[in-house]
Design a protein around this ligand. Structure first.
Ligand code: DC
Length: 221
């Protein structure tokens, strides 16, 4: 059977994860969080002790690590690392190693393999531009950096992480800059993507908007 793929790309704090999960649930599609793959790859590299600046060694570590999803948890070598990969430290390292072509190549096939299993709602930075260029519907979510940093700060505060809003904003702008200017698969608005600005919309409003876009593009869903 031919599966349908919907991609949702955008910068950190644009609301991708929550929105993609909800859209996937509404459509009965599998939700694929590709940022979690990059974060787990970063953790694998950290644990391996390999030199962080050595791009090909980092790629080799990722290629031989056992990263898999188990329901909505992610495992590295059979260990549930879903919470550990959300630290600020891993956010920073993930952004760094995500600019390495050997790391991106190692994660490319893993991402594409999900298309054989199920229809997908995939979210990330290059899912509509590079990983699934033929996706049936492509969405690009955006919001002002102030609003994105506020969301991320509230999320961290909810988890008891002590960090100032200003620090979150600085870290986010640095990561945005790195994600958008790297030479390998930078964050871009994919060709044919519909841009949805989430600055003044709540989550339900964004989900509704995306479902309308999908409905117009794929009347049979
Ligand atoms: O969405 P996130 O914050 O969990 O992503 C973590 C890092 O991984 C982020 O700095 C960008 C990178 N990433 C990427 O380069 N390509 C993707 N498809 C997903 C994430």
């Amino acid at each position: 059977m031919k599966h349908t793929t919907i991609t949702i790309d955008g910068p950190a704090g644009s609301g991708k994860s929550t929105v993609a999960r909800m859209v996937a649930a509404r459509l009965g599609f599998l939700y694929l969080d590709t940022g979690a793959l990059y974060r787990t790859a970063a953790l694998a590299i950290r644990r391996s002790g390999c030199a962080i600046e050595d791009e090909s060694s980092c790629g080799a570590v990722v290629a031989r690590s056992h990263i898999r999803f188990s329901g909505d948890r992610i495992e590295l070598g059979g260990e549930d690392v879903s919470s550990e990969i959300r630290s600020n430290d891993i956010s920073e390292l993930a952004s760094r190693i995500a600019s390495y072509p050997p790391v991106r190549t190692a994660l490319l096939e893993i991402q594409r393999s999900f298309q054989d299993i199920s229809s997908l709602v995939v979210e990330g930075r290059d899912t509509g531009s590079v990983v699934f260029p033929d996706a049936a519907v492509k969405i690009y979510l955006d919001a002002s950096s102030a609003v994105r940093a506020r969301r991320r700060h509230d999320e961290l505060a909810g988890k008891g992480v002590l960090i100032s809003y200003e620090q979150v904003l600085r870290d986010m702008e640095l990561r945005d800059q790195r994600d958008s200017t790297r030479s390998s698969s930078p964050l871009v608005v994919p060709k044919h993507a519909v841009v949805v600005d989430t600055t003044h919309r709540d989550i339900d409003g964004v989900v509704q908007k995306i479902l309308e876009i999908i409905e117009q593009s794929l009347p049979d869903q």
